[in-house]
Design a protein around this ligand. Structure first.
Ligand code: B12
Ligand code: SF4
Ligand code: SF4
Length: 340
């Protein structure tokens, strides 16, 4: 059996690769019950990938033979001081305003893997950011980065919940591990009450079908009429449950400098609704917004404008109602007829 690696050495290597939050946990299988219940209840029915490779998602040993350790990694993004002075509030969720976090984690995990191979050239690993098979929040909690809050996201005492996650599974033990983080929500239920669509069937559990993040990012068809009014002020992702959290108070440390907001991330709904195709391609490249696509983002902006009743919105909506994309024109027509 290979000797255990030094936890301090692994943590220092991860920090040297510019991961701000780092924790380590033994790679014991996760309790399958919450995830299986979530799938069976249909809460993830629009997310096909979540229904695949379920056994691997719950057990790191099914992904890396002989898995011993999970390294949980976090990169903070900006808590949003850049909104100050904007003529209209940005309508893009904070995590999506800057460089695509998948790319940031991927680059840094590549460097970390390289460092770990220098410590032990025969080590095997599996790295996951978002779309891979790992339940990143459960590992972050186990590795002591923070706790899963009632809004279903990991909250750190130091960084609030404004950070993204990745995990790396390795087939080596460490000489010590972090303790799982205790849940510190207490009696608070501010996030549960702040959700504009009632997407929490229970504390800590999200029905993705009702979540505006799913609707504006992953749904490439028409957005259900019943959810449209809740899109006021939101054109990509949703931060409503995080904005109210007392742990996301002013005075958190700044986000990673490479995750700073780009110009498209600070645009208003009117600016996004009237973006030209070439400008969208240029400005959204390398940001999470590219995922929604040109038509998807303008569909969202049309609904956000209509629901917000913003001055000047009507002219933009009339223009969009004649758009060649049925997705966009239908949304704009609805907004003209049903908006505030
Ligand atoms: C599917 C998914 C979604 C779906 C479903 C959301 C969800 N909560 O499951 C949709 C598209 C809606 C979504 C939205 C968002 N997402 Co998302 N999403 C994921 C993904 C790919 C998988 C999550 C998953 O496994 N869900 C299934 C459920 C069952 O798993 P779970 O929530 O971990 O289950 C635990 C809880 O239910 C908990 N639990 C059970 N009972 C109880 C009871 C109590 C009281 C509590 C407290 C907990 C609790 O235990 C379970 C097991 O540990 C992860 C990346 C990854 N690979 O992990 C990113 C991820 C969770 N998303 C992320 C982000 C940033 C978001 C958004 C904030 C984006 C935005 N601003 O618009 C929103 C937030 C919505 C919300 N309130 O959760 C980040 C979260 C970072 C963080 N600090 O926690 C992740 C980790 C991506 C990343 N790599 O950084 N997301
Ligand atoms: S992201 Fe928005 S819609 Fe989704 S659970 Fe949080 S508040 Fe509700
Ligand atoms: S708002 Fe309150 S209940 Fe929700 S995650 Fe923050 S502390 Fe927990």
């Amino acid at each position: 059996m290979s000797p255990a690696l030094s936890a301090d050495g692994v943590i220092a290597a991860a920090r040297a690769c510019r991961f701000t939050l780092v924790g380590v946990a033994p790679a014991a299988p996760l309790d399958p019950a919450p995830f299986l219940h979530w799938l069976e209840a249909g809460y993830g029915s629009g997310l096909a990938a979540m229904h695949r490779r379920v056994a691997q998602r719950l057990d790191p040993g099914a992904v890396v033979p002989g898995a011993r350790t999970v390294i949980a990694l976090g990169i903070p993004y900006s808590a949003g001081k850049e909104t100050a002075g904007q003529p209209e509030r940005p309508v893009i969720a904070r995590y999506a305003r800057g460089r695509d976090y998948h790319l940031a984690h991927r680059d840094r995990m590549r460097a970390l893997r390289h460092s770990l191979l220098e410590m032990d050239p025969t080590l095997n690993s599996y790295a996951c950011v978002d779309a891979g098979v790992a339940m990143e929040k459960a590992w972050a909690e186990r590795a002591g980065l923070g706790w899963i809050g009632k809004h279903g996201l990991v909250v750190s005492r130091e960084h609030g919940s404004w950070f993204t996650l990745s995990v790396m599974v390795i087939d080596r033990s460490l000489d010590r591990y972090h303790e799982p983080h205790p849940r510190l929500c207490g009696d608070c239920d501010l996030c549960l009450r702040a959700c504009p669509t009632g997407a929490f069937p229970a504390p800590g559990v999200v029905d993705a079908r009702l979540c505006l993040s799913f609707q504006t990012v992953e749904n490439h068809e028409s957005i259900p009429v019943a959810l449209r009014a809740a899109l006021a002020g939101r054109a990509f992702g949703c931060d409503a449950c995080q904005e109210v959290c007392p742990y996301n108070h002013a005075g958190l440390p700044p986000g990673d400098p490479r995750q700073t907001a780009r110009p498209i991330g600070l645009m208003s709904a009117t600016e996004i609704a009237t973006l030209g195709r070439d400008d969208f391609a240029r400005l959204a490249a390398g940001t999470p917004m590219a995922r929604a696509g040109y038509h998807g983002l303008r569909r969202n902006a049309a609904l956000a404008l209509g629901s917000d009743g913003r001055p000047g919105a009507r002219a933009a909506l009339v223009q969009l109602s004649r758009d060649t994309s049925p997705l966009v024109s239908e949304a704009a027509q609805w907004a003209l007829g049903h908006g505030r």
